[in-house]
Design a protein around this ligand. Structure first.
Ligand SMILES: [Zn+2]
Ligand SMILES: [Zn+2]
Length: 374
């Protein structure tokens, strides 16, 4: 295979792998082949690997390898973070070596000379901000204040203490086992920034996503325009060939582009990497923004899925309101044993329940951009 085909194969394999790891646990995919592949990669393959490794390596070596394996897959490690930084830097270096000398060009406007460097610097800055910002770690000093931000909905958040931190768990918070602390308005732990995403840094995480999408599509457009310039300079857009029967054909544009990719393998691979990255991150970001506008964190989204499952099984039952002044919902819902005949009045659908954290699109956006300080 030619270098270009190899590059394409590696890129597609890599992105398929990332897609399976990202989307495997989601409700949409978890019952299908992507969910099965996810479970195989994260569980079955691990079990098989462990069984064979112990037999082959002996217990001592196996324990050592198993620790590395667990650290790579389940520990707080900078591997994905380093991968992002490496890919970004390789992309920037390739562009500076082979793309930058063509700016400005026949199709690349001069203003790009002034917009490309800030775009690169901004992407690094947004990444660093997302990596090193405080997501909203809760400790004894701020737990009281953190508890005042959101009320308990008595549905997915109940007043209780964190078993590890031994302090009260504010509504919407979650203990992150990787970071080792409770995080206010916990969204998720992101391996790409090796940090939790929570109340205090959610906006910086979004900025990082937008910066990545922007630089990816911007790089793609500039490289395509550079190629177009080269094509016109070399007259390839008017290139004709004559077949054996003596008929003359104009070479189609897509073939000219494939030729350009072969002639500029590194810059071409960068464009393909950039457009694939841009599309995957855009896909993820659209879903993420939608949950934000609905007043739901990623963590709460998973809990709502559990609630939905309980409703379908008829296991979500209304109880009489208990003596809790914080209970804003007219009902308090408990997960109960369906065989208990004493319980009645099951919740029929999600519409009967209220997400008390949903402040409307504008309110949710303001809550994200200007969170209440803790
Ligand atoms: Zn905790
Ligand atoms: Zn975390």
């Amino acid at each position: 295979m030619a270098p270009l085909e190899w590059a394409l194969l590696i890129l597609i394999t890599f992105f398929s792998f990332v897609f399976v790891l990202l989307m495997g646990p989601s409700r949409r995919f978890r019952d299908g082949p992507i969910g099965k592949l996810y479970r195989f990669l994260t569980h079955d393959a691990s079990v098989t690997f462990r069984t064979h490794a112990r037999r082959l390596l002996g217990t001592g070596n196996y324990e050592y390898l198993a620790r590395i394996y667990d650290w790579v897959l389940f520990g707080r490690n900078p591997l994905a973070q380093t991968l992002y930084l490496t890919l970004l830097t390789i992309g920037v270096v390739i562009f500076l070596m082979y793309g930058w000398p063509e700016v400005p060009g026949p199709y690349v406007h001069w203003f790009n000379v002034y917009t490309i460097p800030p775009t690169i610097l901004f992407t690094y800055a947004a990444f660093a901000r997302a990596c090193f910002s405080d997501p909203g770690v809760i400790d004894e000093t701020n737990v009281q204040k953190a508890c005042e931000v959101y009320d308990y909905d008595h549905l997915i958040f109940h007043p209780k203490d964190c078993a590890t931190c031994k302090i009260q768990k504010p509504a919407r918070s979650k203990h992150c086992s990787l970071c080792g602390s409770c995080i206010a308005k916990h969204d998720h732990h992101c391996i790409w920034v090796n940090n939790c995403v929570g109340q205090k840094n959610h906006k910086y995480f979004l900025l990082f996503l937008f910066a990545t999408i922007f630089i990816a599509f911007y790089a793609t457009v500039v490289i395509v325009l550079i190629f177009l310039g080269k094509i016109h300079e070399q007259g390839l857009h008017n290139f004709h060939y004559t077949n054996q029967a003596g008929r003359t054909y104009k070479v189609p544009m897509y073939k000219v582009f494939i030729y350009m990719l072969h002639k500029n393998v590194l810059l071409g691979s960068l464009a393909i990497l950039a457009v694939l990255t841009g599309m995957i991150v855009l896909f993820f970001t659209l879903g993420h923004v939608l949950t934000i506008l609905n007043g739901i964190t990623t963590n709460e989204g998973l809990k709502w899925e559990d609630i939905d499952g309980l409703i379908r099984q008829g296991r979500l039952i209304r109880n009489k309101p208990k003596d809790d002044p914080l209970a804003r919902q007219a009902i308090i819902v408990d997960k109960v044993d369906p065989t208990n005949a004493d319980q009645s009045d099951p919740v029929q659908s999600l519409e009967e329940l209220e997400n008390i954290y949903d402040r409307g699109v504008w309110g949710n956006l303001m809550d994200l951009l200007f969170p209440q300080p803790i």
